[in-house]
Design a protein around this ligand. Structure first.
Ligand SMILES: [Zn+2]
Length: 518
């Protein structure tokens, strides 16, 4: 009994010393408990990644995702709406099937790039050829008729399918050095080969298309076992296919050695004209200061080489779960809590830039924006984004976060404002205090970012749970904060490269009618 009282007294002194009131502590505890023992993250991840799938702007799946999110929020009795902000070229992925027919039959691992034209239903079968070695652009023009009826291999063959970390672990230092040197020389020679055609790797596909080629095969390796980056095609009528490093290498070597491989490509995508694009916005109205906003921010769209699990499925479900927890534990917030699931971040922060442009009143009322968009890892870094007094409030809010979560987080203040990278930059540009909850990498850049491997199995749920709880607590603290947060900007440092003083990033308009190939 006595000990118990002493403990209570100590706890009281401790919380007082940290400046955290008993109500605050109670609410924080409830948030932690709800986020831990009633977590909905696995269910949300399954429905979003496995059932809805990839969320490329302009696809029916993106619209499906918008509808799904609205339905989720409604289930939790959170008001939600879709805001149309523009349009995009509509397209739907279909079956891609790539088979080597001759000299032997092999089903290859590849897929159409986003917005790639389709083939006829029965596909196209043709011989593969390499980009030729020519002396100059004139020679290339003379060679070009050879592309007619062929499938062109447009990427360099990688000398190794093992990532460098694997070489570092097992190779002798000499052979690792030799491989890197050989690869460098090979890359220089390959770039030279393309340059001599008079085209760049960006526009050479169109030259082949014009010359009557029937398909383009590339392999954009992501320097990790089995991982390729899958972006968009730039042709009008012929398909562009990405093949795995392993299968591309096979095809390349067979072509080079004169085996005249025959390849069959079936690519069944559909063009859908022009379709509207949306942001999904949910809102828990503030009771005292409804015109001031805490925005929980994550882009909802993805590339479509996989299901966008870590870019940005995890950011999305973090914000949705934080909203669910807040609605349950803190249903009458002092300020309005708004959840912004942005469209078309991948094509240039389009959804968030549109939101900032279309809602100046909300932007003016921003208390804080918390954005998460660099993978599945627990949050390890928060910077003040150049706001002079960010430490005063972010520091205070972080104080309320349990040590198991905050101990991983390094902060730097005032930091410098981000000019891009993810949606918080759209808010920073107009001087609204917006912050990135920056994650531990879990090999994000090579393995999952924009690759064919960004799938459910890569999600680290305990880290995402950590982040949802962190976000809910930060939002709660920002909502309860006594004053509106300061937007005063720090004086930015001299840029070492230019010798001039850095300037604050400026607002940019979104692409509201995008995706057309001209
Ligand atoms: Zn992202």
């Amino acid at each position: 009994m006595k000990q118990n009282r002493l403990f209570t007294l100590l706890l009281f002194i401790l919380t007082f010393a940290l400046g955290i009131s008993q109500t605050t502590q109670e609410t924080v505890d409830k948030i932690v408990s709800e986020g831990t023992s009633n977590s909905q993250l696995e269910v949300l991840a399954h429905e979003l990644m496995d059932v809805v799938g990839p969320r490329l702007v302009g696809t029916p799946q993106m619209k499906h995702a918008n509808d799904w999110a609205i339905e989720q929020f409604k289930k939790w009795e959170i008001d939600a709406r879709m805001e149309e902000y523009g349009k995009w070229r509509g397209w739907e992925r279909g079956i891609t099937h790539v088979d080597l027919i001759s000299p032997r039959v092999v089903t290859l691992n590849g897929m159409q790039l986003a917005w790639s034209p389709s083939t006829a239903k029965k596909g196209v079968t043709a011989e593969t050829i390499l980009i030729p070695e020519v002396t100059d652009s004139l020679a290339f023009q003379q060679w070009l008729p050879n592309a007619k009826g062929k499938i062109i291999l447009v990427s360099m063959e990688q000398p190794t399918g093992r990532p460098d970390y694997n070489w570092e672990e097992f190779a002798t230092p000499e052979s690792f050095e030799k491989m890197k040197k050989d690869r460098e020389e090979q890359t220089t020679a390959w770039n030279e080969r393309i340059k001599k055609t008079g085209f760049s790797s960006r526009d050479i596909n169109q030259a082949f298309e014009k010359a009557g080629a029937v398909g383009i095969i590339q392999s954009r390796w992501s320097n990790a076992f089995g991982a390729n980056k899958i972006f968009s095609a730039n042709t009008k009528t012929i398909p562009v296919i990405d093949l795995s490093l392993e299968d591309y290498g096979l095809l390349y070597r067979l072509t080079q050695s004169g085996e005249k491989p025959q390849l069959k490509v079936v690519a069944e995508s559909k063009e859908l004209g022009t379709v509207p694009t949306f942001n999904t916005i949910a809102e828990i109205k503030g009771t005292e200061l409804p015109d001031e906003y805490i925005i929980l921010s994550a882009h909802f769209d993805s590339w479509d080489g996989a299901t966008g699990a870590t870019d940005n499925g995890t950011g999305t479900i973090t914000m949705m779960e934080a909203a669910r927890i807040l609605k349950k534990i803190y249903p009458n917030p002092k300020r309005t809590i708004l959840i912004g699931l942005w469209g078309s971040e991948e094509q240039g922060l389009n959804g968030s830039r549109a939101f900032v442009e279309d809602h100046p009143k909300i932007v003016e009322g921003v208390q804080a924006v918390f954005n998460q968009d660099n993978g599945t890892g627990r949050v390890v870094n928060i910077t003040g984004q150049g706001f002079l007094h960010a430490y005063d409030y972010i520091g205070k809010w972080l104080n309320a976060v349990p040590n198991d979560i905050s101990k991983h987080i390094e902060t730097s203040f005032p930091g410098s404002p981000a000019g891009g990278g993810s949606d918080y930059a759209s808010f920073v540009a107009v001087g609204a205090p917006a912050f990135s909850l920056s994650s531990l990498s879990w090999s994000y850049w090579n393995y999952t970012w924009h690759t064919n491997l960004d799938t459910y199995d890569k999600i680290v749920f305990d880290d995402v749970r950590n982040n949802a709880i962190l976000t809910a607590i930060m939002a709660y603290m920002a909502s309860e904060h006594e004053t509106k947060t300061s937007r005063e900007k720090s004086i930015l440092p001299i840029n070492k490269r230019t010798g001039e003083q850095s300037t604050w990033p400026t607002q940019r308009s979104p692409e509201r009618d995008g995706g057309k190939i001209d």
